[in-house]
Write a protein that binds this ligand. Structure first.
Ligand SMILES: *[C@@H]1O[C@H](CO)[C@@H](O)[C@H](O)[C@H]1NC(C)=O
Ligand SMILES: *[C@@H]1O[C@H](CO)[C@@H](O)[C@H](O)[C@H]1NC(C)=O
Ligand SMILES: *[C@@H]1O[C@H](CO)[C@@H](O)[C@H](O)[C@H]1NC(C)=O
Length: 166
């Protein structure tokens, strides 16, 4: 809620300086596929997934990865970790365990309808819930390996949009 309030405030500030309204929350959700998580006891947890933004203005796809010491909350929280060299970022919006967490995704792209360059960028925020139903996990002594079930759909609906300078 705290983050949402901040976003709302920054949206209002930006709207005060921009003539046009931001696009309504009609953006299609981010699509998460090929999610993998490998937890090694007394070692690292490695994490990866592919995110796709189906908005026709961008239609972008990117692999995101993460690594943290198993059992710690060393994953990105609050701020976003950039996915590769891209305009996508991710964090753990909430984390209960390796089979129950909420992924936060941000993505910026050009939307000429919000303003003239360089004020023609928008930044969208989505969050997607991952549960044990989305994952197939195998456990061996000291390790757990989870993969998104084949053909499984994890969506991260857009919950906030802000305008952004290039
Ligand atoms: C865990 O990751 C860190 C940072 O990449 C690395 O230095 C360390 O060797 C890794 N630990 C194990 C047990 O693989
Ligand atoms: C999105 O990109 C994919 C892969 O590059 C392409 O096959 C598809 O036609 C694109 N869709 C749109 C709506 O541009
Ligand atoms: C990141 O993108 C920049 C600009 O497109 C490019 O010059 C650079 O080589 C890229 N770096 C990596 C690691 O892909």
């Amino acid at each position: 809620m705290y983050a949402a309030t901040l976003l709302l405030l920054s949206t209002l500030l930006l709207l005060a300086t921009l003539p046009s309204a931001l696009p309504a929350a009609t953006s299609p959700p981010f699509q998460i596929t090929h999610l993998q998580l490998h937890e090694v006891q007394n070692g690292n947890t490695t994490f990866a997934f592919t995110v796709h933004d189906p908005d026709p203005l961008t239609n972008a796809t990117q692999r995101c990865t993460g690594k943290w010491t198993t059992g710690t909350s060393g994953y990105p929280q609050g701020s976003y970790e950039t996915c590769g060299n891209s305009s996508f970022g991710w964090n753990m919006y909430a984390y209960t365990n390796c089979q129950n967490f909420v992924l936060g995704i941000e993505h910026s792209f050009t939307d000429p309808s919000v303003g003239e360059p360089p004020y023609d960028q928008i930044l969208e925020f989505g969050k997607g819930k991952v549960t044990m139903l989305d994952l197939a996990c195998t456990a061996q002594i000291g390790r757990v390996k989870c993969e998104q079930v084949w053909g499984g759909r994890i969506e991260a609906p857009i919950y906030a949009v802000v305008a952004k300078r290039r």
